[in-house]
Design a protein around this ligand. Sequence first.
Ligand SMILES: NC(=O)c1ccc[n+]([C@@H]2O[C@H](COP(=O)([O-])OP(=O)(O)OC[C@H]3O[C@@H](n4cnc5c(N)ncnc54)[C@H](O)[C@@H]3O)[C@@H](O)[C@H]2O)c1
Length: 436
Amino acid sequence: MRYGVIGLGAIAPFFLEAIERCPDSTLAAVCDLDPAKTEALAKEGTAAFTDYRQLLAADVCDAVIITLPNHVHAEAAIAALDAGVAVCCEKPLAITSVDANRMAEAAERNGKTLFTAFHRRYNRHLIALREALPEDRSQITKLTVRYHENILEHIGGDGWYLDPERCGGGCLIDNGPNALDMAHALVGGLSLVGARLGDVRSGIEYVAELDLVSHDGVPVRVELDWALTTGETKDVVAELADGSVLRADMLEGFTAFKSSLQHEYDGILADFRDQVAARRTVCGTGVEIVGLVEDAYAAGREESGRRRSKLPARTKAVRLLFHTSENRGMSLSQWGTRCIPAGQIHELVTTTDRPRAAGDRIDAVGFLGFVEFQEGTVIALGDEVRLADDRLIGTVAGFDECHFPNHYNIVIASDRLWTATSAGLEPGDDIRFVEG
Ligand SMILES: NC(=O)c1ccc[n+]([C@@H]2O[C@H](COP(=O)([O-])OP(=O)(O)OC[C@H]3O[C@@H](n4cnc5c(N)ncnc54)[C@H](O)[C@@H]3O)[C@@H](O)[C@H]2O)c1
């Protein structure tokens, strides 16, 4: 099997190493928008490209592995299938069911394999649990899958994980597919019962809870958390009718960061090769899981759209500022929320930059001034900042701590740089923070 790997970011090395270990497999080509990432392999003689269409046109691969940001999976996979090449695509197969179905149609149309790389189903502890579970799955009274981590410890690349347009959401679309596939591997097909999204900041959920039921009636709960302070928990707990409890910890015995991935990615490649050899077209749970994630977003958003999590917080302008700067050099702190007691004073800074990840630099800023919070509140990313006449200044992008503990700079993403002059502020005016 001659492989092409498209996208040489954080996860690609696990595939590259698995290809090296896999018999009768060679790395024929690589592709990344950034030529620096393909340079070392190109020197060793691997064909290197910056455009996957050129890689496909070179006709040197039997299969491609797609390790691109989520929003590019569909277009790259369809181009590969239409070029007559089998596809092993990272999860999630796509962001929308429409795209996942287009990918499946392309696989059928071309008679080529479309496979989703759900690595956890090859984890040795998951396999042991599957074997230990009673054959009669109705003896399982509850299955709980947990996927808890600090996303900031996992992201590579250019911050696309924290951009809902390119990622498709937050922890639900990122870790949900692996967690759902693990449940599927243990109890079979699933239907969604309900979903809740929590800790939503700038349209990205950091917590999600899903209730599902297997087609055999086993209740399944999936708990996702992107906001652990540090570390990770990836496990499954099966409660049985006789009162016993079986547990599989995906990370047990794998002490180094991501070290369980080595054997899991070997498993992906072996399974993919079997599917290609058997001439299967659309394989596994990839398309179904895109649908479940989509349903969970719809259910979770309907639920959170019905409820407000907090009252608007009123503030009073106590010192106005009138200047802008193009080179301020502020830095986004790691915090997505800040608790602010009544009576505290903080500074409001608008920016046309789009800082997302901790440490992102903020240069283009306009200063509104200092405000005193009239009631205690929790300010969160995505909160709207509105003037007394309801005009929108922008939404909270985060916090800069260069003057803390004196005060936070509350950084407001805006389409222009506002100052007290352009906002028409007078000392004592109201400015409100409203849940976004
Ligand atoms: N990082 C992980 O732990 C992990 C685990 C499991 C699955 N995944 C999945 O793997 C995929 C990639 O994730 P990642 O963490 O490696 O991301 P990444 O940002 O580290 O890598 C993506 C790479 O793709 C390149 N790229 C972007 N657009 C391109 C294009 N149009 N053509 C060619 N190259 C392009 C980027 O330059 C980058 O090098 C995602 O779907 C993710 O969900 C990641």
